[in-house]
Each structure stands twice: as C-alpha cells, then as structure tokens.
Write a new protein. Structure first.
Length: 404
C-alpha cells in the first residue's frame, strides 16, 4: 500500500515537474529507490519525503530539478543561516557556543538569503542561537520562501500562537522542535535549562494547532541511548505526540567537549539507526529521518562545503553548521567568492566530514573553539573525504576527474 501511494505521489509530481523526465535514468532510478525508503505524505498540504528535501509540490523542488539535476550548477542546493547567537538554553553539544562577533542585522541577513538563492540554494534551514528571538524572522521567512523550502530549527522558546500563524502565512513549510528525551529532567539537563522540556512540548502543541506547517522534533541521540536500546521507546513517545517527523542526529564533535573518539558514533551504531529508521518507516504515521542515513555513502554522502553551506549569525561562512571553521565573512567578500574558495577544498565525501576529521580541528585549535580562515584552510587541505557517495558516483559519471 505504501509503495502504491508513493507511486501516485510521484506520478503527480511528474505532471507538475515534467522536466524530471529529462534527468538521467540512472539518477531518477536512484531517487526512486531512495524515496521508497520513506512513506510520501501530504503534510499540511506539502508532499513530503522528509524535511531535509523540498516538498515535491513546492516550487523549490522544481528549482532543484532544474538547477542541480539538469543544469548541474556548481553552487549549493542546501544551506542554513543563523538568525541570532542569543539563546536561553546552554546545550552541551551546541555547535554555536564557540562562535562570536557582531551579529548581522536584518538587511544583511536578507542579502545573504538572496546570495544563497542566486548560488542555487533550494532548501534553507533557519537556526541560531534561538532563531525565534530575531524579531524579523517572519520577514526573513517570507523573503526566503520565494525560492526555497524553509525549515525552522527551534527550542520553542518565545513561540506564541500568533507567531506560529505569522510564520505559516510567511511560507514556512517545516518546524523541528528540539527534544532529546521523554523524561523532562534528562532533556532539561541536556539543554542546560529547567523547563526546556515544557517549552518544547508547548511549541509542538502550538504548531500542531496552527496547521499548515509540517511538525517535527529534532532529537540528539547519543551513544548511551543507542547502547541502552532507548531509541525506539523514545520514538514511541514521539509518535504519541502526533508529530509528522522525528529528525535524528547524534552529538557531533563540533566543540572541544566532544573532541573525543569515545563520544563519536561507531559504524555499527550508524547501521543500528539505519535499521531502526527503515523499520519505523514501514509503519504508518510518523516519519523517522536520521541525518546519518541521508549522508551515508549509500545515498548522498557528506556535502559540507560542496552542496551545503552555513552562514552563521555574524556572517562567517562555514562548510556546515557542525564545522567550527570559517572561509570568510560576508562583510568582507561576496558569498560567491567565499563559497568558490571553500568548495575548491571540499569535494563531496562518503562520510560526515566532522566525524572523520575532528582530530585535525582539535590539533589546529590551540585552545580556540573556532578556527580562523588560515587554520580552516590548513585543516581542509589535510582532511580526508573518502570515496564518492552513491548519488555522486551517478551524478559525475563520465565527467573528467570524477569530482565536481
């Protein structure tokens, strides 16, 4: 039944985006096999595989097909942008905790959004800090939604019913509320703030009641939870909340406290999360979407600095949110130039860049938690990227050099 529903959605998509028929048969078959690992759903009017891809009936998906599958533009397809470094929570694994500087104002953020779209970005994540603390967030969403599918990552702090409606009306398609455990005390401890669990639960309720937005949870699943077989009980809890998607990620070695091999997820634990995802996605209801599955060598690989870019709240340009590195600031150089210099050092790889290369960052840090341009370049020049992922082996088939 799930395969039949997927087939119907895909047939409707082909009618909406007939240019898909011009994509190479090998790539179309790859996408078909990948998509069939999920249950395509109509979530709040959006035809969604999962929240890390534009909905199939969203204009951003048609842009993705045109720009990245047909025209093969060199720019990124995915980006995240920090709207503020301010946050009421103090998460131990926060990738922004070592970042600083003068925050961009709204005009600078909007310019960054336009530059990202000009490069080819079709999916944009809004993050921080806590992005809801930016009073102009609805204006930013409205600007970005003109060419991108826009997703919000939030703790839920300060969300109101009025703000949820404003974001929906501005064009937001998905929200992921941070929630790490079914026990309030565990989540609050992870987030460094009493009451964080209650804040998250309230935000989930408000978004569900608002309607028109895909409702998800962004969960950091650590090695302890995997080893204790707590992931599936946690998913059962999330399923009971009536959300559309559980978006899973492990703690990344992005900050000094996690520059330790013992805390980095093991290959067998990756596989266990793959198995859990596949098992849950055969069930009706909530989608399970593990980032490591999307970025695995079988699928799209790690595209930090290649098809993914992160612009932090102060304008620093990084390969992704998890890399404490900069290749330049938007105040000093155009994004196009910074991205080109970065991409020259970042071929697509088959495993997460930070998981594989954090020892180089640790050695280059010299007591700092965030590398400057020169140190970032040295790390990238020494880094290992591995082989091409399944997608890029097909995408680059027959191209000279075998790398984009």
């Amino acid at each position: 039944m799930a395969l039949l529903k997927n087939t119907i959605f895909l047939a409707k998509t082909l009618r909406r985006v007939p240019r898909m028929a011009r994509v190479s048969p090998a790539l179309n078959l790859f996408f078909l096999r990948y998509i069939n690992k999920f249950r395509l759903k109509d979530s709040a009017g959006h035809w969604i595989v999962h929240s890390h891809l534009p909905p199939l009936n969203h204009p951003a998906f048609a842009r993705f097909v045109d720009l990245h599958l047909l025209k093969r533009v060199l720019g990124p397809s995915h980006a995240q942008i920090g709207l503020t470094n301010a946050c009421p929570q103090a998460c131990v694994y926060c990738y922004s905790r070592e970042r600083g500087g003068k925050a961009m104002d709204t005009a600078a953020i909007l310019r960054a959004v336009h530059e990202l779209q000009e490069l080819g970005v079709c999916w944009l994540g809004l993050t921080g800090g806590e992005p809801l603390l930016n009073s102009d967030i609805a204006r930013i969403v409205e600007t970005a939604a003109g060419g991108c599918a826009v997703k919000l990552f939030t703790t839920g702090s300060t969300l109101t019913r009025e703000k949820a409606r404003e974001l929906r009306d501005a064009g937001l398609f998905s929200v992921s509320v941070s929630l790490d455990h079914w026990l309030p005390e565990v989540h609050d401890r992870n987030r460094g703030l009493a009451g964080a669990f209650a804040t998250a639960m309230n935000a989930i309720r408000l978004i569900r009641e608002t309607g028109g937005i895909q409702v998800g949870v962004s969960a950091v699943v650590n090695r302890e939870m995997i080893c204790r077989n707590e992931v599936e009980p946690f998913l059962e809890f999330l399923r009971g909340l009536g959300i559309d998607e559980a978006w899973l990620c492990e703690p990344k070695p992005s900050v000094a406290a996690f520059w330790n091999e013992e805390q980095v997820i093991r290959p067998e634990e990756h596989r266990e999360l793959f198995t859990i995802q596949d098992r849950w996605n055969r069930r009706p209801g909530m989608t399970v979407n593990y980032l490591g599955h999307f970025e695995s060598r079988e699928h799209f690989g790690c595209n930090a600095g290649h098809k993914m870019v992160y612009v932090d709240a102060c304008g620093e340009v990084s390969p992704c949110v998890f890399t404490p590195m900069t290749f330049g600031n938007l105040r000093d150089r155009p994004l196009k130039e910074i991205f080109a210099a970065m991409k020259a050092r970042f071929p697509s790889g088959d495993l997460c860049f930070i998981n594989r290369n954090f020892p180089l960052i640790r050695d280059a840090a010299n007591g700092r938690g965030f590398l400057d341009i020169a140190a970032s370049q040295r790390v990238a020049d020494k880094a290992e990227f591995g082989k091409l992922s399944g997608f890029f082996r097909l995408y680059l088939r027959g191209r000279q050099g075998g790398r984009a």
